[in-house]
Design a protein around this ligand. Structure first.
Ligand SMILES: C[S@@+](CC[C@H](N)C(=O)[O-])C[C@H]1O[C@@H](n2cnc3c(N)ncnc32)[C@H](O)[C@@H]1O
Length: 222
């Protein structure tokens, strides 16, 4: 059984499609998709040999190794795009995800499912600048929030607002996303206060973010 974080990523993969899981580690996500016959085939990559061996073990134990291709490489470097419908990049920093996408010439041809652990604003800025559109969902597990981005090449990309850059393109009515936004609001309030006390002029930017986030949540910003 997948963790809530990986289950949220898996649920977005195209039914009957071919998934490529980048930085697969134990290959839990592709193994489950193959086991359920949600995908007929999967490609898995990892930059390190140890995790790729762990992936081989999981796929063998699940009885789906014959339907998987394992590649030791940086990101999607050695992956042939033919047939691939969905690329999942989960459990890595936002900057690493940007690096992986930057080096993939066919990134706009597939459905991207991205689950960054850090530097989310960096990833969102890059996606907006490079012609992608997306929605985000939030799951909570073990007292932590995880954000999953459902990304496609955009017909007409939308400009990224500061609120979207810092909180995300979330459904503000959804309870977990709303709890995440409340948590972000507290962080913005603290940061604005610290910057103001230190005399850093950018504090006003964070104050406006506090106002906007609070307004979206229907709260008092103070
Ligand atoms: C924390 S694990 C995440 C595993 C799984 N994707 C998940 O979300 O549970 C990160 C994995 O990404 C791999 N990794 C890091 N940078 C990578 C890159 N540039 N290309 C491919 N794999 C990478 C690491 O070796 C590690 O196995």
């Amino acid at each position: 059984m997948l963790t809530k974080r990986l289950a949220a990523c898996a649920a977005l993969v195209t039914e009957g499609g071919v998934v490529c899981d980048v930085g697969t580690d134990h290959a839990y996500l592709p193994a489950e998709l193959l086991r359920q016959n949600r995908c007929p085939r999967a490609v898995v990559t990892d930059i390190h040999a140890g995790p790729l061996e762990a992936a081989r073990r999981t796929l063998t134990e699940t009885g789906v190794l014959a339907r998987a291709e394992l590649l030791l490489c940086d990101g999607l470097e050695q992956v042939l795009p033919e047939g691939i419908t969905d690329v999942v990049v989960a459990g890595m920093g936002g900057e690493t995800i940007v690096h992986i996408l930057e080096n993939c010439p066919w990134r706009a041809q597939v459905h991207l499912i991205l689950q960054p652990m850090t530097k989310l604003p960096v990833l969102r800025q890059w996606l907006a600048k490079n012609g992608f559109d997306w929605t985000e969902q939030v799951v909570s597990e073990g007292g932590k929030f995880y954000v999953v981005l459902d990304v496609r090449s955009a017909a007409a990309p939308q400009p990224l607002t500061l609120l979207e850059q810092e909180v995300g393109r979330i459904d503000w009515q959804e309870p977990c996303a709303s709890a995440y936004a409340s948590w972000k609001l507290k962080r913005f309030q603290k940061l604005a206060q610290q910057l103001k006390q230190a005399g850093v002029p950018e504090y006003s930017l964070w104050e406006s973010l506090v106002e906007e986030t609070a307004a979206k949540l229907g709260r008092n910003p103070r």
